[in-house]
Ligand binder design. Structure first.
Ligand code: CAA
Ligand code: NAD
Length: 314
C-alpha cells in the first residue's frame, strides 16, 4: 500500500529557477490530448511546437485543431465570420510541428508530454530531452494515472518537473489538475498554476497520488460500468441512458470510455491493478482487454463499445 501513502511536501531546491513565464511550449504527442492542449495554448497567444512520430500524424492533428477551432468560432464569432476566420488563421500561425523533439526544445519554456500512457516510454523521452533542453525549461506530464515522481526520475530537473493534467475535449473542459511532487519547487508549481489560468482554465492543486482527484473517482466508475455490462446486468445503451438521465452526466460511462480511448483506460487499470491487485475497484476486465486486442480503441479508431462514422482527432 506504499503506493497510496505518498507524503508530499513541496521542495525548494537550491537549483530552483525563478517563476518561468511560459511563452513557448513544446507538446510531445499530437493525439487527442496533445492536439487539444496545443489548440488552447495557441489560442491564448502561446507559440506552440507539436511533436509526433510522423508528418502524417502531425498533419492529421493540425487538421483536427482547425476543425475544432471552427466549432469554437461558430459560437464565439457568430455575428462576425470574417473576424472568426482571422482568429483561426492567427491561432494556426502559432502552431508549428516537428518529428524531432530534441531539435525544438531549445527555445521552450515548457515541455508538456501527452504520449502513450506507458512509464518507460515517458521516462525515455524525458531522459533524452533533459540533456538538451535549456536550464530554465519546465517539464510536465499529462499522464492520467502514473506517478509524476516516477516519470521525473529519468531527469536531473526534479525541481522543474510537475504534472499538468488536462481533460478531454481540452477546448471544452475547464479543469486542469496541477501536480507537484515532493521535489517540485514552489516556483515551478506557481508557473504551472499560472500557465493554466492564462489558458483560461481553472486549476486545482493535486498530490502526486494515483489518478490525482478526477481519475481516482472516474476510472473506477467507468470500470464498474464495463464490468456490469460484462456480467450481462445491463446493455451498453441502458447503462449510458441510465447515468445520463438518472445522474445528469453529459455522457454515459461506456460512451465516455470510448471517448477517452479504451487503450488508455486499459493502461490505467492494468497499472493500478499491478500495484494493488487486491483492490476490486482496479480489477481488469476481459471485455476491455478483448476490445483493445482487436484494435477497437473507441472514437479514435472508429469503434469501441459503439461504432463511429467520423474518425475524430479530438
Ligand atoms: N472542440 C470544439 N468545440 C467542441 C468540441 C471540440 N472538441 N466538442 C464539443 N464542442 C462544442 C461545440 O460548440 C459543440 O457544438 P457543435 O456540435 O455545433 O460544434 C458543442 O460543444 C456541443 O457539443 P455536442 O453537441 O457534441 O455535445 P455536448 O453538448 O454533449 O458536449 C461534451 C460535448 C463537452 C464533450 C460533453 O458531452 C461532455 O462534457 N462530456 C463529458 C466529457 C468528460 O467527462 N471528459 C473527461 C474525460 S476523462 C479525462 O479527460 C481524464 C483522463 O485522464 C482520462
Ligand atoms: P492518443 O493515443 O490520442 O495520442 C498519443 C500520441 O502520442 C499519438 O499521436 C502517438 O503517435 C504519439 N506518440 C507516441 N509515442 C511518441 C513519441 N515517442 N514521441 C512523440 N509522439 C509519440 O492518446 P491521448 O488520449 O492523447 O493520451 C495521451 C496522454 O494523455 C496519455 O498519457 C493519457 O493517459 C493522457 N490523458 C488522456 C486523456 C483522454 O481522455 N484520452 C485525458 C487526460 C490525459
Amino acid at each position: 500500500m506504499a503506493f497510496f501513502s505518498h507524503q508530499v511536501c513541496r521542495g525548494f531546491s537550491s537549483s530552483a529557477v525563478r517563476n518561468v513565464v511560459i511563452k513557448h511550449v513544446t507538446i510531445i504527442g499530437s493525439g487527442q490530448m496533445g492536439a487539444g492542449i496545443a489548440q488552447v495554448a495557441a489560442s491564448t497567444g502561446h507559440s506552440v511546437t507539436l511533436v509526433d512520430t510522423s508528418d502524417d500524424i502531425l498533419k492529421k492533428s493540425v487538421k483536427g485543431i482547425e476543425g475544432s477551432l471552427r466549432r469554437v468560432v461558430k459560437k464565439k464569432f457568430a455575428d462576425k465570420p470574417e473576424a472568426g476566420e482571422e482568429f483561426i488563421q492567427k491561432v494556426l500561425q502559432n502552431v508549428s510541428t516537428s518529428t524531432d523533439a530534441g531539435s525544438v526544445v531549445q527555445g521552450s519554456d515548457l515541455v508538456l508530454e501527452a504520449i502513450v500512457e506507458n512509464l518507460k516510454i515517458k521516462q525515455d523521452i524525458f531522459g533524452q530531452l533533459d540533456k538538451v533542453a535549456p536550464q530554465h525549461t519546465i517539464f510536465a506530464s499529462n499522464t492520467s494515472s502514473l506517478p509524476i515522481s516516477d516519470i521525473a526520475s529519468s531527469t536531473s530537473r526534479l525541481d522543474r518537473f510537475g504534472g499538468l493534467h488536462f481533460f478531454n475535449p481540452v477546448p471544452m473542459m475547464k479543469l486542469v489538475e496541477v501536480i507537484g511532487t515532493s521535489a517540485t519547487s514552489q516556483e515551478t508549481f506557481d508557473s504551472l498554476l499560472n500557465f493554466s489560468k492564462v489558458l483560461g482554465k481553472t486549476p486545482v492543486s493535486c498530490k502526486d497520488t494515483p489518478g490525482f482527484i478526477v481519475n481516482r473517482l472516474l476510472v473506477p466508475y467507468i470500470m464498474e460500468a464495463v464490468r456490469l455490462h460484462e456480467r450481462g446486468h445491463g446493455s451498453k445503451e441502458d447503462i449510458d441512458i441510465a447515468m445520463k438521465l438518472g445522474a445528469g452526466y453529459p455522457m454515459g460511462p461506456l460512451e465516455l470510455a470510448d471517448f477517452v480511448g479504451l487503450d488508455t483506460a486499459k493502461f490505467i487499470i492494468d497499472g493500478w491493478s499491478a500495484m494493488d491487485p487486491s483492490n476490486p475497484l482496479f480489477a481488469p476486465s476481459e471485455l476491455l482487454n478483448k476490445k483493445v486486442a482487436e484494435g477497437k480503441l473507441g472514437r479514435k479508431t472508429g469503434e469501441g463499445f459503439y461504432k463511429y462514422k467520423i474518425l475524430c482527432v479530438q
